[in-house]
Write a protein that binds this ligand. Structure first.
Ligand code: ADP
Ligand code: ZN
Ligand code: ZN
Length: 872
């Protein structure tokens, strides 16, 4: 019987924690436990068992063991350990990502007054004349417990943060009452609030955060500030809860009596009888049948109410296409994949847009299912198109599980459980679905494998495509990465035989790829004599398509109205107050009354900061402000002017907030209610709309001028993907690309749909520059609210890395200020590490983290991004 165990906790520290096993507890590796950690109760996962405690171990015991059996299989635990190692992420944070079970634990946050808080309160009571703020100054003496190094209170999160916790504090915008906090002065109002909080907590009993806030009206940032001053302490309790979603049904009770009934009562009984005697209550409500009448029927014992676990429905758009059988190329692809089932084997499915990859995926999943194997289909963040969902629903129905960030915590935990129980062997989801607990995993499919959204841009910064390969290896499964524009990493792997390449060279039914016309926007300006957003060629083609009754998509890859506001008098650019980035101008949406009243706004796309549009330059007071660059909102407005008769829709993150929005917009496009759709890259993703014959590309090439070695790849992918939306039906398609770089190889290759030419050229350049896939790379960001501190730390770490270079072959570029030098008031410095060897890179980063620890640099101020995609 082990007396100790190692527990991985979701805190930003790179090690596990030892706990004593109590009487009657029998934790197993891979099971969740609740443990005390500072003032919190955290949920962790047991990673090892031991009979002996480590030296100088101060024993703390497990509070509860949540799972009798391991929740994570040995191979998933191994995968988690691999990811933690590879991405230099704390294991606990990786495991938190792997277990989306927040809904199963109820977490309550309490606040308690500290000794320091009591002193403050007493002082305030005595010398009331001095005011509450004045006593704040003398109370700097720290509390007895020294915080763990590298771990601030704000980092405390668990697998379960979902209520009034830190996340919300971060999100809540600074309130006015906290204005001036940085200078140490608080508004009178805030001081009063602080006092009320201390008084409410005065008895010493912990008070629930919700109770405290109701009693004192204190906002979360104020509590967070008091927490930092150590006047109050925060505690959490965790307890299990039932997260199953239940659905209530009205069930007809068969009866031979013929009671007299009102009209409404008869209506309900008739509805139920028409639907096999039962209907969900929600459905009755939708049919406008009053619940009071239902209650009467229940009382009269004609109907009973039953509660059952809610069934999961994938939904989507019902398939419209006539059934077809796979063509020869698709059949070959399918055979290659299915004959490899049963062992690890990676494939790259390189198939041009419209070559019918989806049908191959579906057929492969069916074959796996026939052999009792489960499959995971990974889709990009906005990649599960309603059509694909509809196809999966039609083919697999209740066997499908969905794991997606738009699900509620309850839905997510329910899906996870269904998968684990083996009820849903067809798993579809965005990146974290790669960790789905699928029993008997036989097949992993990565849809549009080049998509950037497979990379998580927060800890753990994994790339689901790469994790997929490791998962397949551990599970002995086949993995298929598919795309019309494979990432250069995958292409290179296919070229050197690490992946087997399967090619779909033609579009289905031998439909032609669309013809692409390039418009040189420099010439356009000279010839047209003015700077217009849309070229004459694009306008003419759009007009023609609309007149023929066809549909057009126009890509304008920035949201908002204008990207920047500048002053003509002094040249000042209006930046976000928290970030070193220009504010985007958004016009008021006419539907939204509040917005109209507030008028238009400027918004920061990094931190969400918003302000009204000034009429004068904040720096020189000149009236001559002008707006620069056109976003999708302006595109829509211009198109409305040019084509007053067109039915225009817009697809971007301002119009598509949830999955429902995307579905509605696409449904309208399918039905022809929209015939001209303008939008950001969202319109490029996987949509298959047969009457789209024209695609316009407006400004997707700005990034070619930026210092980012992946810019060309990204522009090529976006152009090819969006072009691929044209001419997928019977009618041929056409693409008009407006560009300022008509001679750039990425643009030229996209024009001829020539992936191979692009890849060859790009790989040459990458090889020459030692960029991935020829060598590996990590981006290290060092951040602090104090610029000198961030700069100093970055310099120190870079120096240690360079001195350590005898460890072998790691080049350090930088440190320098990051391309976005400040985000959310945090200054950012970065350096890029390059190496020919993954092992050397990993070792160098590990050495750097050790150095940071030694130098007292808090871990959360360092971001290590292995295989970084964004170097901003
Ligand atoms: P991709 O993902 O490769 O861009 P899709 O899988 O979306 O292409 O297929 C493009 C279109 O061709 C879809 O409308 C699909 O229904 C249709 N399709 C696929 N395979 C066939 C086939 N063998 N015969 C006829 N139509 C097909
Ligand atoms: Zn000015
Ligand atoms: Zn900002």
């Amino acid at each position: 019987m082990p007396s100790y165990c190692e527990v991985a906790l979701p805190v930003p520290l790179d090690h596990t924690f030892t706990y004593g096993v109590g009487q009657g507890q029998s934790p197993q590796c891979g099971a969740r436990v609740i443990v005390p950690f500072r003032n919190e109760k955290l949920i962790g996962v047991v990673t090892a068992l031991a009979a002996k405690a480590p030296p100088d171990f101060e024993v703390r015991y497990l509070e509860a063991v949540l799972d009798e059996e391991p929740l994570l299989s040995a191979h998933l635990l191994e995968l988690g350990e691999w990811a933690a190692q590879y991405y230099l992420a704390p294991l606990g944070e990786v495991l938190r990502t792997m277990l989306p079970l927040a809904a199963e634990v109820r977490r309550t946050v309490y606040y308690r007054i500290t000794d320091l808080g009591r002193d403050v309160l007493a002082t305030a009571m005595e010398g009331d004349a001095g005011g509450f703020g004045s006593c704040a100054k003398k109370t700097n003496a720290g509390p007895s417990t020294r915080p763990l190094r590298g771990l601030a209170q704000d980092d405390m999160q668990s697998f379960t943060d979902q209520d009034d916790s830190i996340e919300k504090i971060r999100d809540e915008r600074p309130r006015n009452i906290l204005a001036g906090r940085r200078k140490g002065k608080l508004s009178r109002e805030a001081q009063d609030m602080e006092r009320r909080v201390l008084e409410r907590l005065g008895s010493g009993e912990p008070v629930k955060v919700s109770t405290l806030r109701t009693a004192t009206a204190a906002p979360l940032p104020l509590l967070a500030a008091m927490l930092r001053k150590k006047w109050i302490a925060r505690e959490t309790a965790a307890a299990e809860r039932d997260a199953r979603r239940m659905e209530r049904f009205a069930v007809l009770i068969p009866d031979t009596r013929l009671p007299s009934l009102t009209e409404k009562q008869q209506a309900i009984l008739a509805e139920l009888a028409a639907c096999d005697g039962e209907l969900p209550l929600a459905e009755l409500r939708r049919r406008d049948l009053p619940s009071s009448t239902l209650q009467t029927l229940v009382r009269r014992e004609l109907v009973r109410i039953e509660e059952r676990p809610e069934l999961f429905r994938l939904g989507g758009l019902p398939p419209t296409a006539a059934p077809f059988s796979l063509n020869a190329a698709q059949t070959d692809a399918l055979t290659a994949v299915t004959s490899a089932l049963g062992a690890f084997r990676p494939f790259l499915l390189y198939g041009i847009t419209g070559s019918g990859k989806t049908a191959v995926y579906l057929a492969a999943m069916q074959k796996a299912l026939d052999r009792g194997l489960s499959s995971i289909l990974l889709v990009p963040e906005i990649g599960l198109t309603p059509q694909t969902a509809g196809l999966l629903d039609a083919a697999f129905g209740q066997k499908v599980a969905l794991l997606h960030s738009a699900l509620t915590p309850e839905e997510r935990s329910e899906q996870w459980r269904r998968i684990r129980r083996g009820e849903a062997p067809i798993i579809v989801g965005t990146r974290s679905a790669i960790f789905a607990p699928a029993p008997n995993l036989g097949l992993i499919l990565v849809y549009e494998e080049h998509d950037q959204s497979y990379k998580q841009e927060e800890t753990p910064r994994y790339n689901a495509r790469d994790v997929a390969v490791m998962r397949a290896k551990l599970a002995g499964a086949v993995v298929v990465m598919g795309s019309a524009t494979p990432s250069l990493e995958s292409w290179h792997n296919a070229e050197r035989g690490k992946y087997t390449c399967i090619e779909l060279r033609d579009r289905v039914m031998n439909r032609p790829l669309p013809e692409v016309e390039l418009v040189d926007m420099r010439r356009e300006f000279q010839e047209a004599g003015k700077d217009e957003l849309f070229s004459r060629a694009l306008i003419a083609q759009t007009k023609a398509a609309l007149e023929r009754g066809e549909q057009a998509l126009i890509l304008l890859n920035r949201r908002g109205y204008s990207f920047a506001v500048m002053c003509r008098a002094c040249g000042e650019k209006l930046d976000c107050q928290n970030c070193a980035i220009a504010l985007t101008h958004h016009k008021a949406a006419s539907e939204d009354l509040a917005e109209v009243r507030a008028g238009q706004r400027l918004e920061c796309h990094y931190c969400g900061y918003r302000r009204t549009v000034p009429t004068r330059c904040p720096k020189c007071d000149s009236e001559h402000l002008f707006y620069l660059g056109a976003g999708s909102q302006q595109g829509e407005e211009r198109l409305q002017e040019i084509f007053p008769g067109a039915r225009i829709g817009r697809m971007d993150r301002d119009t598509v907030r949830g999955r429902g929005d995307l579905e509605r917009l696409l449904a309208r496009l399918h039905l022809g209610e929209i015939n001209l759709l303008v939008g950001t890259q969202m319109i490029a993703k996987g949509h298959d709309i047969h009457s789209v014959t024209l695609v316009g590309v407006v400004g997707c090439d700005h990034s070619l001028s930026m210092p980012d070695f992946r810019a060309a790849e990204r522009v090529f992918q976006l152009m090819t993907q969006v072009s691929g939306r044209a001419g997928r039906g019977e009618l041929p398609g056409r693409v008009v690309v407006q560009t300022y770089y008509p001679d750039h190889y990425a643009i030229l290759a996209a024009t001829t749909h020539d992936y191979k030419a692009f890849a060859e050229r790009e790989l040459k350049y990458r090889r020459w520059m030692h960029y991935p896939p020829f060598g590996v790379l990590a981006n290290v960001l060092v951040q602090s609210q104090k610029m000198e501190e961030a700069a100093g730390w970055a310099a120190l770490l870079a120096k240690s890395l360079v001195q350590n270079q005898n460890s072998g072959g790691v080049r350090v570029l930088g440190p320098c200020t990051a391309p976005i030098a400040r985000i959310k008031n945090v200054y950012r410095f970065h350096m890029i590490l390059k190496s020919a060897s993954r092992k050397a890179l990993n070792a160098a980063l590990r050495g750097m983290l050790a150095k940071a620890d030694e130098a007292g640099i808090p871990r959360r101020n360092l971001i290590v991004d292995v295989d970084a995609l964004r170097l901003m």
